[in-house]
Design a protein around this ligand. Structure first.
Ligand SMILES: [Zn+2]
Ligand SMILES: [Zn+2]
Length: 579
């Protein structure tokens, strides 16, 4: 299909041989320009056009580019795609040194861009006890007991991933449940959402938490009927215990990042918009220096840090490097639905005693937001409940009013429950809805109970967002959810549980077509990090960030998304997963 053949965005058919020569010359200049900017900076480039270093041929390549949605082949030079077209056309560009990979009909597409991830936490979780998917309190205890021998008495045991909504008990674990496994090791384990945690008696004791301890601001210590702490700590109260845990050694920290990066590559994710600690960012910098970074990372900085410190971090972290940069500020405005800490406009349907926990005072939030926006930072607010989403939108409106128009791309992370009248405000204010479709398939088991039927209609509402003109960016919130994007795509098109059901999906009016899900997960995420010209499509001039899958996911029944495998992952033309 000749109309698919493009070289730097030009269609060859329209040009005379002379024009073609000029284009080839321009092509070469273009290569020289960016090669000189690349860190190695060694590649010489004459006035002749160079053959590509790499060609992927015989594929079913989904470009994400509406004008040429499917091509067979692409040419890559350095880190960028330089041409797309038919296998014959791309083979014709190859020189003796071009490495040609035959895709044998496999499906390739732009690498996934996870717009919301906690990479280092994901890796660190692998260092601790993993409770993900435990189906009962007994299984929780069993997994803990299995790891006990690795720790000397007195040594901290940490971990995460438990979810009481999967248990027949349907209740939070208690310190006694943990004490039954060990009273000699201080222990604290985060729920799957990272917003609440359970500690054992020794950990509470080391943190000085007693019957008398007052709740910290924006958090709570759960008490039993006798007034004793149960071991459950919510939101900021988790910090009372977690700050007693000795810090990771540098080796542990690096090991954690390496494990998480390997996991990300295995699932075809090539770009990360990441919320980790500064110490982890320093690890990323080191890996980049060693040429071992296997995904592009935009790191978020903590919104509440003093502005001077934020400026310093931005200075040190940079904002331009295509592999690693900073610039976005993340603030957590409320909790999660699962633990009933997301702030709602009206009380929880299944617990009228609470409407959640708001972690910022709105006027204070506005003041900080205006100041930080004025310093040129992009703002990203974690907002799950409808009360919090409204506060986030109000805050962004106040920022525009005070600081005037600019291309600021404010983001709401999660945007899970939105009041009907607030949906149009996303488009009006240019707010990106940064959502995690896989949350819907995990949360639908209890979301309706938490919210009641009216509010459920505006929950995880991708279709309403799109219809109301909002821009979507997709991610996973890993390790809250597995990093596998195919799980998210499945949720996006079905709104069903992985095992199937409810028939037709939960709140089925909010399903969206696969093409829209893919766009949110590639181009939409790229837009959310100001990278839409460089990522998210397979087209000349874009980074060669590509995933090769075992099936054409645009053609298979949704259930098969869950069994589709990643065969290869390329970042900047370099194979980072597969062979
Ligand atoms: Zn969040
Ligand atoms: Zn998160």
């Amino acid at each position: 299909m000749i109309h698919n053949f493009r070289l730097l965005g030009n269609d060859l058919r329209q040009h005379s041989p002379l024009q073609l020569l000029v284009m080839r010359f321009a092509h070469c200049l273009f290569l020289c320009g960016w090669l000189a900017a690349a860190p190695q900076g060694l590649n010489a480039c004459g006035t002749e056009s160079q053959p590509p270093e790499l060609a992927l041929v015989n594929g079913v390549i989904y470009t994400g580019d509406a004008a040429h949605l499917r091509v067979e082949a692409m040419a890559i030079h350095g880190e960028k795609i330089v041409a797309v077209g038919t296998t014959r056309q791309i083979r014709a560009l190859a020189g003796p040194k071009t490495r040609v990979i035959d895709l044998h009909g496999a499906f390739a597409m732009p690498g996934f861009n996870d717009a919301h991830i906690h990479l280092a936490s994901g890796g660190q979780a692998k260092l601790g006890v993993d409770f993900e998917g435990a189906k009962s309190l007994a299984e929780f205890q069993l997994r803990l007991r299995a790891r006990l021998a690795e720790h000397k008495p007195g040594e901290w045991i940490t971990g995460r991933g438990w979810d009481h909504t999967l248990w027949p008990e349907q209740r939070f674990p208690t310190r006694q449940d943990l004490d039954a496994v060990s009273k000699d090791h201080p222990m604290i384990f985060g729920r799957v959402d990272g917003h609440v945690a359970v500690a054992n008696s020794l950990a509470l004791q080391l943190a000085g938490i007693t019957k008398e301890t007052k709740d910290p601001a924006a958090g709570s210590i759960e008490h039993d009927s006798a007034g004793e702490p149960t071991g459950m700590l919510k939101e900021s109260a988790v910090g009372l215990v977690s700050r007693k845990i000795p810090p990771l050694t540098p080796e542990q920290r690096r090991r954690a990042v390496e494990m998480a990066l390997a996991e990300v590559a295995r699932f075809g994710v090539t770009s990360l918009q990441d919320n980790s600690a500064w110490a982890d960012f320093v690890v990323y910098q080191q890996l980049k220096k060693e040429g071992k970074l296997t995904a592009r990372i935009t790191e978020w900085l903590p919104f509440s840090e003093p502005l001077a410190r934020l400026n310093e971090m931005r200075q040190q972290g940079g904002t331009e490097d295509p592999w690693l940069k900073t610039g976005t500020l993340k603030a957590i405005l409320d909790g999660s639905l699962g633990s009933r800490t997301a702030a709602l406009l009206a009380p929880y349907a299944d617990d009228p005693s609470t409407s959640g926990i708001l972690r910022f005072e709105p006027e204070q939030l506005k003041r900080l937001a205006i100041e930080r926006d004025n310093a040129g930072f992009q703002l990203a607010f974690h907002a799950i409940g409808d009360a919090t989403n409204r506060i986030a939108l109000n805050t962004f409106a106040a920022v525009v009013e005070r600081n005037g128009p600019r291309d600021r791309r404010p983001r709401i992370e999660h945007a899970q429950v939105v009041a009907p009248e607030d949906f149009p405000r996303f488009a009006e204010l240019g707010v990106i809805a940064s959502m995690q479709p896989v949350h819907e398939s995990s949360d639908m088991r209890w979301a309706q109970a938490r919210l009641g039927s009216d509010r459920s209609k505006g929950a995880y509402a991708w279709n309403t967002m799109l219809k109301q003109g909002a821009r979507l960016a997709f991610g996973t919130d890993y390790p809250v959810e597995p990093v596998n994007p195919l799980r998210g795509l499945y949720a996006c098109v079905t709104r069903e549980l992985p095992e199937g059901g409810p028939a037709g999906g939960w709140q089925p009016q909010e399903k969206i077509p696969l093409e829209d899900c893919l766009r949110a997960y590639t181009g939409g995420s790229a837009y959310a990090e100001f990278e839409e010209g460089k990522k998210g499509r397979i087209a000349p001039g874009q980074w060669a960030d590509i995933v090769v899958l075992s099936a054409d996911i645009t053609k298979i029944p949704p259930q098969q998304l869950l069994t589709t495998k990643v065969l290869q992952t390329f970042v900047g033309g370099r194979l980072v997963y597969g062979k």
